[in-house]
Design a protein around this ligand. Structure first.
Ligand code: TEU
Ligand code: CA
Length: 554
């Protein structure tokens, strides 16, 4: 059994502060709003809360463009509000993980203001400058280079032009980052989620991407780059190892083998990373907007590879959605007739795989994608840029463009939290910065709290179940029937204890031939998203649409 650690046993809840709870009617979620909901989080049973960025920011990318790492965004509140929030969490025995966005800053950060002022400014080398851009495209469309008129050179921005990349090869930059991390840790925060941390080391010389025309994807030269592990080991030695914290790195396009280089128990880098293989399952060759069908066997293959390859050597993070992804129930389940059943089925997967589960706000009530009809209703820079680019190219009908946006826009996840059937879901008394999903009247926290069979109360049960059964945290993993295209079934074992999860991934009834010979005969049903099912494991299981069952040795 792996060494016991609090962050392995924890369930994490991600808050997107802008959309969680507005306390003063300006339509923007804030820290006082979160403070008012701490008892809700405690009631739900989560152990750790992660805040998407709350630092001072011009909000070009909704807080992922930071202009001051040591102050709170005025729209969200004050440092005093933050201190109250941190102690409120700690009093309730919950911990706080902050978002650390240090691949880039805002162009309004003091370092960049200085850097762009003159070529010989001492901050110039905090960023990455070239007389001529290379051919890399940015994540948010267009070139990854912007001409800065004053000094007539280009700076690198892997994201928007208002997010210049920091130069991690400069030891002064690294020291500054270590300092600001210590500053938050000394305040008492319990760890960091590290934004695109796999992008911090760029290949020297910044070579052109070989294929493609004028602009091309340069990922090979900055994803898991040459010095990334050196920088993380240094960060660990300088900062992290001096505190009892958890860390999770966002690493685009990592394989399990690469993930072990970040999270291996003997590596002294990070505790876990977010992988994207599962998130890419419905993306075609044209990237995320090129939506394609996916197969249950493929879904199982991806999950199982991560389960097997990290077991005993590193640690998995588990997530099915976040602030950048569509709502899991709309994407992997069904948000119509079987919304409740399929949300619970996916929740069962999230809470019984090996790894630390991350719940994204609203997931626990089964919130769905939104699909605004008009582009004007979207706020996300990635969505808006892509829309403009597509319209300018004029190759795709607008209907088709909007269909992709409906399926994949990040705003699907960012519509305000649905607390009650009051106007705007009880999120604000004013006009929300992003429209609330119109289904809030029948889909909200208040209703689900009162309903014993709700998605919300099912999440509570799952969280408690995980806490009470170490096999869920530390047990090994075996996939059953890999080729079955309808059912995902697996076992977890720890010593004599065996857990069996069986999930129907379809809207039809299915039968599942259980390899009963391979299973202990004292398995008893402990969790199910339907009432009145088979309580023991016979040779054939009859599953209702999106049925989820968990059995445990008696
Ligand atoms: O996301 C990294 C990232 O690559 C995403 O932009 C992703 O490609 C896209 O959202 C898929 O739709 C992180 C943050 O989570 C995201 O919110 C930020 O916009 C981005 O970094 C820049 O900081
Ligand atoms: Ca507010």
């Amino acid at each position: 059994m792996a060494e016991r650690m609090w962050w392995k046993e924890a369930v994490v809840y991600q808050i997107y502060p802008r959309s969680f709870m507005d306390s003063n009617g300006d339509g923007i979620g804030d820290l006082k709003g979160i403070l008012a909901k701490l008892d809700y989080l405690k009631w739900l049973g989560v152990d750790v809360v992660w805040f998407s960025p709350i630092y001072e920011s011009p909000n070009n990318d909704m807080g992922y463009d930071i202009s001051d790492y040591r102050s709170i965004m005025a729209q969200f509140g004050t440092m005093a509000d933050f201190d109250r929030l941190l102690s409120g969490l700690h009093q309730r025995e919950m911990r706080l993980v902050m978002d650390l966005v240090v691949n880039h800053t805002s162009d309004e950060h003091e370092w960049f203001r200085q850097a762009r002022a003159a070529k010989d400014n001492p901050y110039r080398d905090y960023y990455i400058w070239r007389q001529k851009p290379n051919n890399w495209s940015s994540f948010f469309g267009g070139s990854a280079w912007e001409l800065d008129e004053k000094t007539n050179e280009y700076y690198l921005h892997l994201f928007s032009a208002k997010q210049p990349d920091l130069n991690w090869d400069n030891p002064r930059v690294r020291a500054e980052i270590h300092d600001l991390m210590r500053w938050w840790l000394d305040k008492g925060v319990d760890g960091f989620r590290m934004d695109v941390i796999g992008c911090i080391s760029k290949t020297p010389g910044l070579p052109d991407a070989p294929e493609g025309g004028k602009l091309a994807w340069g990922g090979a030269f900055f994803l898991n780059g040459p010095r990334v592990h050196e920088y993380l080991r240094e960060m660990n030695a300088e900062v992290l190892s001096h505190y009892d914290v958890m860390t999770v790195g966002e690493t685009l396009s990592v394989t399990p083998k690469e993930a072990l280089e970040y999270t291996g128990f003997n590596r002294a880098e990070l505790n876990m990373v977010f992988q994207f293989e599962l998130m890419d399952i419905d993306s075609g060759p044209g990237g995320k907007w090129d939506v394609r069908d996916w197969q249950v066997s493929e879904f199982k293959r991806i999950c199982s590879r991560w389960q097997r390859e990290l077991y005993g050597r590193g640690w998995n993070s588990l997530y099915l959605n976040n602030h950048d992804q569509p709502r899991m129930v709309s994407r992997f389940g069904q948000d119509g007739k079987y919304r409740v059943e399929s949300a619970k089925m996916l929740a069962t997967l999230l809470h019984t795989l090996q790894g630390t589960p991350f719940i994204y706000q609203g997931e626990e009530i089964g919130m769905t994608n939104v699909c605004f009809e008009r582009i004007e209703d979207y706020r996300d820079i990635e969505t808006i840029n892509w829309y403009k680019e597509q319209m300018a190219q004029g190759e795709r009908p607008v209907k088709e463009i909007m269909r992709s946006i409906c399926a994949k826009s990040r705003d699907n996840a960012r519509t305000p939290m649905q607390w009650s059937e009051a106007a705007h879901g009880g999120f604000t008394t004013g006009i929300p910065w992003l429209r609330v999903n119109p289904n809030y009247r029948t889909l909200n926290v208040e209703q689900e709290r009162a309903d014993a069979d709700s998605v919300l109360n099912y999440y509570r049960r799952l969280i408690r179940f995980r806490r009470e059964n170490p096999v869920v945290v530390y047990g090994d993993y075996t996939l059953l029937e890999p080729e079955d295209e309808t059912v995902y079934a697996f076992t977890r074992r720890l010593g004599e204890v065996c857990l069996l999860t069986v999930l129907n991934f379809t809207a039809g009834e299915q039968t599942f031939a259980s390899p009963s010979g391979l299973l202990p005969d004292n398995l008893r049903l402990v969790l199910c998203n339907y009432a009145g099912g088979e309580t023991s494991v016979g040779p054939t299981l009859h599953l209702r649409p999106y049925e989820a069952r968990v059995y445990l040795t008696a």
